[in-house]
Structure formats: C-alpha cells, structure tokens
Design a protein around this ligand. Sequence first.
Ligand code: NAD
Length: 354
Amino acid sequence: MKIRFDHTTLGQRVLFGTGAAAANIATALRDLGVSRPLLVGGGHAAEVVDQVSEEFGVVGHIDRVVQHVPAERAREAVALARDVGADSGVAIGGGSATGLAKIVARDTGLPVVAVPTTFSGSEATDIWGMTEDERKTTGTDLRVLPRVVVYDATLTQGLPADLAVHSGLNALAHAVDSLWAPRADPINRAMAGEGVRALVPGLRGLRADTADVRAHERVLYGTYLSGVALASAGAGMHHKICHVLGGTFNLPHAPTHAVVLPYVAAYNAEADPDSEARIAEALGTPNGAAGLWDLARAVGAPASLSRIGFTEDDVDLAAELATAAIPDSNPRRVSQKSVASLLRSAIRGEDVRR
Ligand code: NAD
C-alpha cells in the first residue's frame, strides 16, 4: 500500500515529573527568558503556587476560574495582564484555567506555561474556547498553544474519583475520535493508539485506587498523546456531538464525553474496520466499541445521557445541529435520523452490542 500524507505536530516542550512541578515551572520560565508571570488558577496546587511566587515576581494572580471561559472574565484577564506588565502566563488547573490563559495568550501574545490538574488535554492543543450570551465560540490560533507543559502526577492525585475517571475518559475520547477526524494520518493515529494503551490501564488503576501515583502518571502521559493526536487530526463526529450537547444543552463536559464515546465508535465500527481493530488492540479486547462500553461500565462512567440531564425532548434539535457539524471525513455517512437514533440509545444507556 502506498503511504502518502501531510502531517503537522505542534511544537511544544513537555516537562514530566512527579513532585517536580515547581522546579519544572521555574525551569520553563527561566528558559523562556521571562520573570513576570501572571498566575491563573492554582486552587488545587497551593504549595506549587507558593513556591513559584517565592521564586518569581508574580505580577498578578487570577485564582477564581469560571468554567467555559466567560468572555467578560477573559477580557478582564487580558486587561490585567496588560495593566500589570506580565511577560508570561502560568495556568495551573483544569481545562478552564488553561482556557482562560489561552485567551490571554491569543490577545497579548504572551507565552504560557500550562500545568494541568485534570486530564482535559487542553494544554496540548492550539484550540481556544470562550462563552458569550450562552454560546460557546471556538477557534484555532498557534499563539494559544502553551509553550511548555508541566505534568506532575501529585497534582491530579487530589481529584475526586468520579471527576478523575470522567476526565480520563474525556482524554480517551480525544484519542479515539482522532482516528476518523479530518486530518487523521499514520503519525497521529500512532499517537492515538499509544494514548489508548496508556489510558486504559491508567484508568483502571485510578478506579482501583484514586491515589495511585503510577496510574496518574499513565493517565497524564496518555492524556498528552491523545491531546496531540486530536490537535493534529482535528475533531471528529464524537466531538461535534458532544460540543452540541455541552454548548446548547449545557451538559457537563467530561461526563458527556464519557457516555457518548462507545456509541460513536459502534456507529463507525463497520465502516472503519481498521480503526475498530486499532481500538480493540489498544484496549486488549476482541471488539473496539464493545470494549469501550465495557471499560466505561468498569470504571464507573455515567450509565446514560438521561443520567446527566439529557431527555428525548431535545433529541431532534441536537441531532440537527450535530449532523450539520459532523465532518465529511467520518467513515460512515450520517443523517439527522442516524444521529437521533444514536442519541436515543445513549439516553437509554443501551449496550452497544444491541
Ligand atoms: P475544569 O477545569 O472546569 O475542572 C473541573 C472541576 O475540577 C472544577 O470544579 C475544578 O475546580 C476541579 N479541579 C480541577 N483540578 C482539580 C484537582 N486536582 N483536584 C480537585 N478538583 C480539581 O474542567 P476540565 O474537565 O478540566 O476541562 C473542561 C474544560 O476544558 C471545558 O470548558 C472544555 O471545553 C475545555 N477543553 C478545551 C480543550 C481545548 O483543546 N481547548 C480540550 C479539552 C477541554
């Protein structure tokens, strides 16, 4: 078979070390040649915040971070960065803290060091998102890609078990959905496969013992690979559906991903046997989609969309909006009817083998 592709991996430094966040943030800032960081977040990493503040002239600290980056808060953050003469940003937190720092980077050009405390994977992408008048806008811009990512498994150890698992399944969705995304290629598919191979045992480990530091390391490593795969391949059918469910119907981000993924994988399985086989191989199960469904049950994902507040009444509108957004790259044709049927199965929490 001929191999032919056009691949881009975004350039980023990654410093990975358990217990080394403060030292690695210092290294990152020094090597960037900056010394006046604006801190964003840090509520779940007080010690790290103290250590960074001691060593650097932190010129501002936005410690209250609101989910989904409200535009008003983003404008305030940009104004603060300019007023205090910040020369960089350090975001310590989940996707919401990283998201706020990304808008500061987009509008000021300041370099950002991202220090994740969840498995959102936002740190690995050049995608920004902002919410105004209850509508979420997203875009891509290389300026928002954090210049350095600092991973430290002690920072995710404090996540409550459910939050950790939902967030980790969100990372898994990045890997799986990238397999059929618009710019899928052999390199980002390889990263996605390795992402799944790291995330699955990591997630099982987290469920068995939420404080298991090795499990956290595996999930963080898998999170990064999956985020890189998604940033390179683009968002596929799964993300388009979840975007509508989150943006228009206000469903919670990570649990929504956790519920929907097996249904999208099952929908595409026959039309894309290669991806189905890759998922199965990475999971170590006979079937990819069924394996994802079993994994979600085993680690305690929400059982259905109805459990997280989505009802039959909203299916038609959600299907209409999602169908319009699903990329042509999807291996199986979609229609409003087929997406509605997928959503109904997810509302009921049906086994994907049915
Ligand atoms: P989040 O940052 O809002 O965090 C979820 C909750 O976890 C919050 O209440 C937060 O305070 C808490 N939390 C964070 N770290 C913790 C810790 N270590 N211990 C205890 N609690 C902790 O949400 P998220 O799930 O990390 O990210 C979701 C957001 O990120 C969404 O807005 C989503 O759109 C965005 N996102 C963006 C991208 C991108 O590429 N731009 C990718 C993925 C997600």
